[in-house]
Design a protein around this ligand. Structure first.
Ligand code: FAD
Length: 409
């Protein structure tokens, strides 16, 4: 089978990215076959609610897929990729020849490196259902890992009346992607809600006891729990690409058009690592809902011959208790920081690189109170603006005016 006789575009992975890509192919005018194969049994759904309300939020239903002429194969794992023959083989043996293939296989939750007691993970709808079943008022819930998913789950469990302990090996919460002052605001909010935060101590073992699970901490203390959840990060799902000899390095390596090292094979969403033009083409791998959607659209365009590199400003949000946290840009590229304290006491954190360019912004506040400032900051980041630190720090100067100002250019 040669590519010239095959007209199907095949997508492996029916999460946020793969599903968006399938619809985007139609929106961009592709009228050939589109096959969307997803390992999970249900129609595509959004992951963010799983750690927040726990409600099911479909991305689309099977009827919408059918109407768009997308052949959706739920409960279907892509098993083997033959890049030379341009064939994707499904578990069960069905072979799908492709003109172009998009790997949108996402990420899977990391496991703890030891057993000893049952531990919940939270990545899928099935994980969420199993966990929610156990979150009852008065239950003792231990969350191992003080990252976004662990902290969102901690706040959901506290709201349901559970007694929650968060155990984080790092010195503070959300150490990877959130600046310290913003993480400190969220820590205070958790403490006010009654969450027991234990930072700077790792877990060394778990053991089932007559009354639940005993979690031994590195410092020697023990935390007793009825329910244990690990929120210790996610690993990109690269196994198909690895076995096919496609270049990977903690993510499937792609160029700025999501093309992998194999001909006509693209990868996008949580599973890929791509060079970011705003950050000197540094290879980045994001775990972000908006990025996954944007990647899906951009990868569809690239598959159809588009040449524009993807340069979206990284952005994500997290809801914990009644606060929302938002981050734009890459905080770890900042050499200097400036904090603007607004009249309502909300603090907006800005990160500048060593040339004075705005590279990141972050803030946390009640409800939607930080959304506008972070949106404006993201626009400044996209423009590679170099605003004066004193201007950023001054709450009397509207960020919108900075955006209009020539110093922002
Ligand atoms: C609990 C939770 C809460 C989150 N909250 C937020 C938030 O508040 N804000 C935010 O910005 N982001 C959040 N995220 C991250 C966001 O949901 C992800 O970045 C996004 O879902 C990634 O989309 P994706 O399509 O790349 O991957 P995924 O959503 O992981 O989808 C990949 C799909 O591919 C399937 N698959 C894997 N291998 C195969 C194969 N071989 N064959 C077929 N199918 C395969 C998987 O089963 C999966 O269904 C959250 C994530 C989780 C888990």
């Amino acid at each position: 089978m040669t590519t010239s006789t095959v007209t199907a575009i095949v997508i492996a992975g029916a999460g946020e990215c793969g599903t968006r890509a399938a619809f985007a192919l139609r929106e961009e005018g592709w009228d050939g076959q589109i096959v969307l194969a997803g390992a999970e049994p249900s129609a595509p759904y959004e992951r963010p609610p799983l750690s927040k309300t726990g409600e099911l939020k479909p991305i689309c239903d099977s009827e919408a897929l059918r109407q768009a002429g997308i052949t959706f194969l739920p409960g279907t794992e892509a098993a083997v990729l033959d890049t030379a023959a341009h064939v994707l083989e499904l578990a069960g043996g069905r072979r799908l020849p492709y003109r172009s293939l998009l790997l949108a296989t996402g990420a899977r939750a990391r496991r703890l490196p030891f057993g000893g007691a049952p531990v919940h993970l939270l990545r899928t709808r099935a994980d969420s259902a199993a966990l929610r079943e156990r979150l009852r008022p008065g239950r003792r819930v231990a969350v191992i890992g003080g990252g976004f998913i662990g902290l969102e789950l901690a706040s959901s469990a506290a709201a349901l009346g559970c007694a929650v302990t968060v155990i984080e090996v790092g010195p503070r919460l959300m150490g990877r992607a959130v600046p310290a002052p913003v993480a400190a605001i969220m820590a205070q909010r958790h403490i006010a809600a009654g969450v027991d935060l234990r930072c700077g101590t790792g877990v060394t073992g778990l053991a089932e006891t007559a009354s639940g699970v005993a979690i031994t901490l590195a410092e020697g203390a023990t935390v007793e729990a009825d329910v244990v959840v690990a929120g210790v990060g996610a690993a990109p799902e690269t196994s198909l690409a690895d076995a096919a000899g496609i270049s990977t390095a903690d993510g499937i390596m792609v160029d700025a058009r999501f093309a992998t090292s194999a001909p006509d094979v693209f990868a996008a969403g949580d599973c890929c690592r791509y060079p970011h033009p705003l950050y000197g083409d540094r290879p980045v791998r994001l775990e972000s809902w908006r990025a996954a959607r944007e990647h899906g659209t951009a990868a569809a365009r690239a598959i159809l011959g588009g040449t524009e590199p993807y340069a979206g400003v990284p952005w994500f949000w997290s809801d914990q208790h009644d606060y929302t946290l938002q981050v734009a840009g890459l905080t770890d590229t900042a050499a200097d920081e400036v904090v603007r304290v607004r009249p309502d006491d909300v603090e907006i954190w800005f990160g500048l690189d060593d040339s004075g360019r705005l590279v990141a912004a972050a803030a946390a506040g009640r409800g939607n109170s930080v959304a506008r400032d972070i949106k404006l900051a993201a626009m400044l980041i996209a423009r590679r603006a170099t605003p004066e630190p004193a201007v950023l720090a001054d709450p009397a100067i509207a960020l919108k005016s900075v955006l209009r100002s020539p110093v922002a250019g």
